[in-house]
Design a protein. Structure first.
Length: 317
């Protein structure tokens, strides 16, 4: 077996191992970025719900005070307002959900189900916890949930939920006197839960990985093709061109790393992800070209040795 063929076989083996390791690491990075993106989106939805609650308390409830003496209007309840706003959102995006899951609610639709009850109990057993993040399987795919405790911190909440006697008669007329009472100050009565689908970010991560791995394999295929046809190419010229390309890619890599540092400081997540992928691609292309350059130089040396051996052989003499 020729030494050149042995070198090619070793190169293919090293590339296969490197490809597997690179693919695994890249998938882990892309998955983590997708998870961070979903968590940021869930956090934004949670803040939007809290903003609706605050607006209802400060702007809507005072306007309905007079009417509340005649009829209980759920529009004055912060939980109802936040839930209704997300109900409108779900008309176009049914996979997004928001719920104020409560162990003992006045409104039956807010009652916590099995897995939501577990979250509420976790907050009650560990009051120091301020947030729980997890992933659960749904009929539409994986969904990431963000949960925060609902703790009674405002005395106004107890005007409706402490005892039946203190509750407005209009509230009892609407929801009855069986549920939604017995709450205490500083008690954790439920959990606000936002659920965001992970399908879209994971699809993007999969597409990015496929593009990345395809590019990497493409670079290697080009290297192998050149390996087989370089007998008709002046190796010295190829080496000179490759040296120039390596220098340019090195300069590009330095610029990308500088931009990555700047974006990390500024906190621009999307641009940071794009430049990270470009930096990794540039690094791998650079490594591939360096490997090709090394192969060309090795072959050049082998040919020089073979030519020297031929000159020193008895047949040539």
């Amino acid at each position: 077996m020729k030494l050149t063929l042995k070198f090619n076989l070793v190169l293919i083996l090293v590339f296969a191992i490197g490809l597997a390791i690179t693919g695994w690491l890249s998938w882990r990075i892309l998955q983590e970025n997708a998870r961070k993106e979903v968590i940021e989106r869930a956090g934004l939805m949670m803040e939007a719900a809290l903003a609706v609650r605050s607006y209802t308390v400060s702007e809507i409830r005072p306007l309905l005070a007079l009417q509340m003496t005649k009829e209980f209007l759920p529009q004055s309840v912060p939980a109802y307002a936040a839930t209704q706003s997300f109900t409108k959102l779900r008309e176009k995006h049914p996979e997004y959900t928001y719920k104020e899951a409560t162990l003992n609610p006045s409104n039956p639709r807010n009652r916590a189900v099995d897995w939501e009850t577990d979250l509420v109990q976790e907050f009650r057993n560990n009051p120091e916890r301020v947030e729980i993040i997890g992933v659960r399987n749904t009929p539409t795919g994986q969904s990431l949930y963000l949960a925060r405790p609902m703790q009674i911190k405002h005395p106004g909440c107890l005007s409706c939920h402490s005892t039946v006697e203190r509750a407005p008669k209009t509230l009892i007329a609407k929801y009855g006197n069986a549920n939604g009472f017995g709450w205490k100050m500083n008690e954790i009565v439920g959990a606000r839960i936002v659920a965001v689908p992970m399908r879209v970010p994971l699809d993007k991560a999969t597409a990015a990985l496929q593009t990345f791995m395809g590019s990497l394999v493409g670079v290697f295929v080009v290297i192998i093709v050149i390996q087989f046809v370089w007998d008709s190419i002046t190796i010295v010229v190829v080496v000179a061109v490759l040296l120039l390309v390596v220098k340019l890619l090195t300069l590009l890599l330095v610029v990308l790393l500088a931009l990555l540092t700047l974006l990390t400081v500024l906190g621009l997540t999307l641009l940071l992800l794009v430049l990270t992928i470009l930096t990794v691609l540039a690094s791998l292309v650079l490594l591939g070209l360096v490997a090709l350059l090394a192969a060309l130089l090795a072959t050049l040396l082998l040919r020089s040795e073979e030519h020297t051996s031929e000159l020193q052989s008895p047949d040539h003499l």
